[in-house]
Design a protein around this ligand. Structure first.
Ligand SMILES: [Zn+2]
Length: 196
């Protein structure tokens, strides 16, 4: 294989995706090329469509093709109830579970000295402005039960402490270090109902 040819270029691009190392990237590349019409062309179209149309919601930080996102602009959602999540995959997991009728704030990760993620890398300032402009009744912290997740939760609580807001956390019993994305819908629902 030519090291600077299109095939190795494609494999290099694929191998930086989360969950794909060089070996899986090679396999994915071969599959895509051998199924050019059925897989590769639809994927190219989906990627280019997403790149053109998907925007970050200025209110909550979620991704959608409308701005503000569908959740923020849904009049039936309770704007006084904000669930703070680390990532969009956590938001999706909660939405999949159903039952939550509030809105979200996506931080974009958790603080991590190891990964060099500091307060400026997260949407903490946006949260500060958001709650100051429109004080919610309750904020639910749905952050990972890891050390990093909990130190992030403390920073969020400091921000919220300036206002009279009820702050709750998802019930314990969630696996340590377990991200919401890996939990089944029933567990997520129970964690919401038993928050405190
Ligand atoms: Zn939004």
């Amino acid at each position: 294989m030519k090291q600077d040819g299109p095939l190795s270029h494609m494999i290099r691009q694929l191998s930086v995706l989360p969950g794909l190392g060089p070996r899986s990237a090679r396999r994915a590349a071969l599959t895509l090329i051998s199924k050019k019409d059925d897989m590769m062309m639809p994927l190219i179209r989906a990627l280019s469509e997403a790149a053109e149309q998907i925007v970050t919601c200025p209110v909550c930080g979620a991704l959608d093709d409308t701005s503000p996102c569908r959740i923020c602009s849904d009049p039936s959602r309770d704007q006084g109830l904000i669930c703070v999540v680390a990532t969009l995959t956590d938001l999706w997991a909660i939405e999949r579970a159903g039952g939550f009728r509030g809105v979200y704030h996506v931080l974009g990760g958790v603080l991590s000295a190891l990964d060099g993620i500091g307060p400026d890398n997260l949407s903490l300032d946006d949260l500060k402005t958001r709650v100051a402009e429109n004080v919610p009744r309750e904020v639910i912290l749905a952050l990972p039960a890891t050390v990093d997740g909990q130190s992030t939760a403390h920073v969020v609580m400091d921000i919220l402490g300036a206002h009279d807001i009820k702050v709750t956390r998802l019930a314990h019993g969630m696996p340590i270090g377990g991200e919401l994305d890996y939990l089944d819908d029933g567990t997520i629902l129970t964690a919401f109902q038993a928050r405190g």
